[in-house]
Design a protein around this ligand. Structure first.
Ligand code: HEM
Length: 413
């Protein structure tokens, strides 16, 4: 098995490598991942910042970990792996109430039950015409550019999910520069800790004020409905509500935005796949799954800490030890996806880990799917000559961000 990876592409030892490894190329996983995957599906690695954690590199073991309640999502617990985070970041997690992504057990299930009705298939089907209208509006503006060129991140990828999530939550879209900037600082690993701390405080302050306004003047939106629901139940935990709002606003736009721009890069760079999609737009849902698999933009959000000793993949993860399921590595696991380095929109990739797995599997996944399907369908239909305005190696990617993506995407048509 080990001979399958050429010796020149991998380190002799992984001791000097900090995980997650920055991506050198948008299309390839770091060579260390295949190396680790072929040797041991669960192995100890050094994570950024210096501490150690278990690294899960195959899909099967990744699912097992994410479905096992003995692994906790509580970022306040000792040993929870937060790659690159310093003491201040850890303290911040301890001082603020967690959002659902950091809760366990019944507390998590109750929070999820409170929100799940907002993301049902029926609710999302009702949103479709409005999402289409939003996408068409931004594409109208794009096509109006006099020099037939634009930065697709600013013109489409970021505004579409931002406006959609604003309307769903009840956040004024006029404030998009503010919340987009805060989120961008949060997800960049190069943001100095004090600046990241300020971004968290600013966004929490903003959302707290917004919720106060909604208490006085409720609207037809998710935040107002959550306020009413929680008041009816008699316990209005304001800081907890702000944490929920924070998660939904940040996760609701930054993730999908990066998937839109990378999806466009992926399809433009694989003209045969784009042609197949154009020939049969009915393939878009499957193409979206494959793009999600291929880019796995949030590769290390699926971190946990063991609450007791757990045997997995031939090793014992001891109580208190951190473990990271790498979505990127799992999505390139040849046992689950034959010829995994090839983008193949017909492969049927829905079992990927891009949205996680188990009780914390992405709450907004069907909203993201809806937006991605409408964007790709509409963009390639209405702008058939769309192409990159610079060679691919001149596009600036975000190798170090918690959510991978393109910083900007110059296109022309
Ligand atoms: C392409 C877009 C997206 C990707 C790749 C993505 C990825 C993920 C992943 C990997 C998780 C699991 C984290 C874990 O296991 O700890 C997650 C959870 C979550 N996502 Fe997404 N997400 C996307 C879009 C969205 C959108 C649009 C929303 C907002 C409505 C959203 C809201 C959430 C929430 C609330 C959770 C926590 C669920 C829980 O803890 O039960 N996501 N997402």
């Amino acid at each position: 098995m080990t001979e399958a990876v050429p010796a020149t592409t991998v380190p002799a030892e992984l001791d000097d490598v900090a995980f997650p490894v920055a991506r050198a190329c948008p299309f390839a996983e770091p060579a260390e991942y295949a190396w680790a995957r072929e040797r041991s599906p669960v192995r100890k690695v050094r994570v950024r910042g210096g501490e150690e954690a278990w690294w899960v590199s195959r899909l099967a073991e990744g699912r097992t970990v994410l479905a096992d309640p003995r692994f906790s999502s509580d970022r306040r617990r000792d040993g929870f792996p937060l790659p690159g985070a310093d003491k201040a970041v850890r303290e911040r997690f301890r001082s603020q109430p967690p959002s659902m992504i950091g809760m366990d057990g019944e507390q998590h299930a109750a929070e999820r039950r409170a929100l799940i009705g907002e993301f049902t298939v029926k609710r999302l089907a009702a949103l479709r015409p409005r999402v289409q209208e939003i996408v068409d509006g931004f594409i109208d503006d794009l096509l109006a550019a006099p020099d037939r060129s634009a930065d697709l991140v600013r013109a489409l990828a970021l505004p579409v999910p931002s406006l959609v999530i604003c309307e769903l939550l009840g956040v004024p879209y006029a404030d998009h520069d503010f919340f987009q900037n805060c989120t961008a600082k949060l997800v960049s690993r190069s943001t100095p800790d004090d600046e990241r701390g300020r971004a968290v405080d600013d966004l929490r302050g903003y959302l707290s004020d917004l919720i106060t306004r909604k208490e006085a003047e409720p609207g037809d939106d998710l935040f107002s409905r959550q306020l009413a629901r929680r008041r009816e139940q008699g316990e209005l935990d304001r800081p907890g509500l702000v944490s929920m709002a924070f998660l939904l606003l940040a996760a609701g736009h930054e993730t999908t935005a990066n998937m839109i721009s990378l999806g466009v890069v992926g399809l433009l760079s694989n003209p045969d796949q784009l042609a197949a999609l154009r020939a049969d737009p009915g393939r878009t849902p499957m193409a979206v799954e494959e793009l999600l698999r291929y880019f796995a933009i949030v590769e290390a959000a699926t971190a946990r800490v063991a609450t007791e000793d757990v045997e997995i993949g031939g090793v014992t993860v001891a109580a208190g030890e951190g473990i990271i399921v790498s979505g990127l590595s799992a999505n390139r696991d040849p046992a689950a996806f034959p010829d995994p380095a090839t983008l193949d929109i017909a492969r049927g990739a829905r079992h990927h880990l891009a949205f996680g797995y188990g009780p914390h599997q992405c709450l907004g996944q069907n909203l993201a799917r809806l937006e991605l399907q409408i964007v790709f369908d509409t963009l390639f239909r209405r702008v058939p000559t769309l192409r990159l305005a610079v060679p691919i190696d001149e596009v600036t990617f975000k190798p170090d961000a918690v959510i991978y993506g393109a910083a900007e995407l110059p296109v022309t048509w």
